[in-house]
Design a protein around this ligand. Structure first.
Ligand code: A2P
Length: 307
């Protein structure tokens, strides 16, 4: 039986399964989050200001924490690219806390290692199709995030979508080490060497889009959950392809944050601990890697962020 939490480098623990909330429609998100915590047993919710649904998630938290103690649930949010300026970091964090109706976050992540000019438009794009950038280094933003820990607004800080070189550079000056790198991970994009580097540096890794994000993929992209090898392994364990993918993610030491607004699938996605994939099955899943990125910021910003 696999343990259900991962210890972070600051001694705190994070549940291995969380509910992702990207693309959750505003009219469904409150119920989905409330159901996930109170009925399905989720203890970890992953949010971000750019998902534009934190006020609706806040309604679920307000209801939840009437009966459940706040410290039973691990809550993450993320600093958006237009708020990297140290003048704006605390302001954005406080807005997230207000929207989520919380006193503190368990984890606050720099969403991307790129600073956009502060703008009412969250993705200010110039006439040539490039984002309008701001001359703020990752170090300046990180130092402002460290202040959030010192002030008690957040318990831990980390990063998302960071590459190996960004991680290595961050570690040269971080007074407070990042506890987490949240990146896209599934068998078609296993990024084993980046996962290994993070773990070697005692940085936990969260897998976003662990099911291959079927609703967000481009029309010609493959459907991960339809992969015949994954389906065959699922059939032999009498589990769903989603459960195999999530168990694979947990077994390789990562934290997984599948998204669903469907009550049956929310329950299904946390029922993945009573399953033991063999080494041979893990090898088969590992061999599916094809460096297939479903969430590619180059399509939005024209910048080859991942090289
Ligand atoms: P739905 O919300 O209708 O359940 P990812 O986390 O990789 O981004 O994938 C999320 C997508 O996968 C959502 O569109 C979600 O749709 C769908 N999904 C979530 N859980 C399952 C599951 N257990 N089986 C099939 N599809 C799922």
């Amino acid at each position: 039986m696999i343990g259900k939490t991962v210890k972070l480098n600051n001694g705190l623990t994070i549940p291995k399964i969380g509910l992702g909330t990207w693309h959750f429609p505003k009219d469904l998100v409150t119920d989905a989050v409330y159901f996930a915590i109170t009925e399905a047993g989720y203890k970890h919710i992953d949010c971000a200001s750019i998902y534009h649904n934190e006020p609706e998630i806040g309604q679920a938290f307000e209801k939840t924490f009437k009966n459940i103690s706040r410290n039973q649930i691990f809550i993450t949010s993320k600093l958006w690219n237009t708020s990297h300026n140290p003048k704006n970091v605390q302001k954005e964090c406080e807005q997230t806390l207000k929207d989520l109706k919380l006193d503190y976050l368990d984890l606050y992540l720099m969403h991307w290692g790129i600073a956009f000019k502060p703008n009412r438009d969250f993705e200010p794009i110039d006439k040539n199709g490039y984002p309008i950038l701001e001359d703020i280094s990752i170090q300046q933003t990180w130092e402002a995030m460290e202040d959030l820990v010192k002030k008690g607004l957040v318990k831990s800080i980390g990063v998302a979508n960071f590459t190996a070189t960004q991680i290595i550079d961050l570690l040269t000056y971080a007074e407070i080490k990042p506890v987490m790198n949240q990146i896209e991970l599934h068998p078609y994009l296993s990024q084993q060497s980046l996962v290994d580097l993070c773990h070697y540096k005692e940085i936990a890794v969260t897998a976003y889009s662990p099911l291959g994000t079927p609703a967000n993929r481009a029309i010609n992209d493959p459907v991960l959950m339809d992969d015949p090898i994954i389906r065959k392994i699922a059939k032999s364990h009498k589990k769903s392809p989603a459960q195999i993918l999530l168990n694979w993610g947990i077994k390789r030491g990562t934290i997984v944050i599948p998204k669903s607004v469907n009550k049956n699938r929310i329950k299904e996605n946390i029922d993945v601990f009573n399953l033991e994939l063999s080494d041979k099955e893990m090898d088969k899943l590992n061999n599916l890697n094809r460096n297939q990125r479903f969430v590619d910021s180059e399509k939005w910003w024209n910048i080859p962020y991942f090289g």
